[in-house]
Design a protein around this ligand. Structure first.
Ligand code: UDX
Length: 445
């Protein structure tokens, strides 16, 4: 099948590479010539396991990239995978996406005029992959139809949300828990099914396909992320209570997770969730909800709990040591392990809080230091966790990188701050073993 993917960010590139890998002929479109050149060179511009290999395998064969929309008219499916930046009030800016929808419509209209194709033979499916709210779907549909002009009746908009996690996006795409097709006609649903057939044939799993309308499909995506984010916040809320009672929240939640109505995943309490999806998606659906006249009390609370966790971590630090003028190590800068992404990382409020306290901050992350440098050019960056801990009076563990679990003797190089019994380690992710000589505090245990 010929497929065009407009937008070569994290979602678009993964989608394009994975579709090429299952045998489709894919054209990736992006306005940035550097991104286009990278895709054509078989290189990913983002850190995502397996993506480089897929690009290297298929670039200039089943996958090509271009800055033009010329692949759109011949594509059986055109995906829109354009970013939706957040506005100040949490709502998403649909400007770039509606512009892309309009240009997609225009490309289809121009080609229809050129070859005088019949309406039956010239029907186009445009699928929104970006995460947009239900009212947003309507806006994009209008933009697409406006761009298509007289060809508007031959263009159909669908939605097909993604549920990819950073760091395992390729694997998640290849082994989905579910596929959600939001279409307005059986024709569009069938076309999406044909598109995903080779992927489904390559996995042993029986993947459920949810067939619904475009607006419901995007609501499923928001509900999914809002649920997971709230699950973490509830684990944090309960974890904060456990801490007050001197109870280990992990012991509690491990038992709670045995109830299969609840499930064991996403119950890890600590410094909270970050990343490009949960904070943004929860804010976007809250803003859309308020706009529609409903105040989503539980989601508001989930955000408030999450926002409070870094401050609680700093309060715990303050309860042991005055860090003014002290060297403090921040272990982990990425929003989670396995990625170099620092967007909405919990390290951001932690570093800011430490600087407000007058600490000498030294950050370490196995892969995200370069991106963190752009956020915090003023702090010191260590090349290893050992080097960060050397001479530090306190350490805050913000990301659960496996290597932090094996630090062992590295803590011996820390110094004992004034008034404390030993170097202070505040663990926000439960990765460090308690150790004699260390003043160790878990955030919720
Ligand atoms: C998430 C969703 O999982 C994915 O389906 C969606 O498409 C995009 O958003 P991602 O942001 O890549 O994916 O990361 P995820 O692994 O879900 O973790 C999100 C954040 O939650 C991280 O900061 C992580 O540290 C935190 N988290 C996760 C917890 O604090 N506790 C947990 O139990 C699980």
């Amino acid at each position: 099948m010929q497929v065009t993917v407009v937008g070569s960010g994290y979602v678009g590139t993964t989608l394009a590479a994975c579709l090429a890998d299952v045998g489709h002929d894919v054209t990736a479109v992006d306005i940035d010539p550097d991104v286009v050149a990278a895709v054509n060179d078989g290189r990913a511009t983002i850190h995502e396991p397996g993506l480089d290999d897929l690009l290297a395998d298929h670039a200039n064969d089943r996958l090509r990239a271009t800055t033009e929309y010329d692949g759109v008219p011949d594509a059986a499916v055109t995906f829109l995978a354009i970013g939706t930046p957040s506005r100040e009030d949490g709502s998403i800016d649909l400007g770039p996406l509606t512009a892309a929808a309009e240009m997609t419509g225009e490309a289809i209209a121009a080609a229809s005029e050129d070859d005088g194709a019949t309406p039956e033979g010239d029907r186009h499916l445009v699928v929104v992959k970006s995460t947009v709210t239900p009212p947003g779907v309507r806006e994009i549909r209008e933009a697409l139809r406006a761009g298509a002009g007289e060809a508007a009746d031959r263009v159909e908009l669908a939605t097909n949300p993604e549920f990819l996690r950073e760091g395992s996006a390729v694997d998640d795409f290849q082994h989905p828990d579910k596929l959600v097709f939001g279409t307005e006609s059986g024709w569009a649903a069938e076309r999406l099914e044909t598109l995903y057939d080779p992927l489904l044939a390559s996995t042993d799993a029986d993947v459920p396909i949810v067939r619904t309308d475009p607006e419901t499909a995007v609501m499923i995506k928001y509900a999914n992320n809002a649920f997971l984010a709230s699950k973490i916040s509830l684990a944090n809320d309960l974890g904060n209570i456990c801490k007050r009672f001197g109870i280990d929240a992990y012991e509690v939640m491990d038992a709670v997770g045995l109830d299969d109505r609840i499930g064991a995943k996403f119950l890890r309490s600590g410094v909270g969730y970050g990343g490009s999806c949960f904070p943004k998606d929860v804010d976007a659906i809250r803003a859309a909800s308020r706009e529609a006249g409903y105040e989503p009390a539980l989601l508001d609370a989930a955000v408030a709990v999450n926002d409070g966790q870094p401050e609680r971590m700093l309060d715990l630090l303050d309860s042991h040591v005055d860090v003014a003028g002290e060297r403090v190590a921040v272990l982990g800068l990425a929003f989670k392990p396995g990625t170099d992404d620092v967007r909405n990382s919990r390290a951001i409020p932690i570093v800011e809080g430490l600087r407000e306290r007058g600490s000498e901050v030294v950050g370490y992350d196995p892969v995200a230091a370069e991106n963190a440098r752009e956020l915090f050019p003023g702090i010191e960056y260590a090349d290893s966790a050992d080097a960060a801990l050397d001479g530090a009076a306190a350490a805050l563990v913000v990301t659960d990188w496996d290597e932090f679990a094996a630090l062992g003797d590295a803590f011996d190089a820390m110094t004992i701050p004034n008034g404390a019994d030993g170097p202070v380690v505040i663990d926000g992710r439960r990765v460090i073993e308690r150790r004699e000589g260390l003043t160790y505090e878990g955030l919720t245990w």
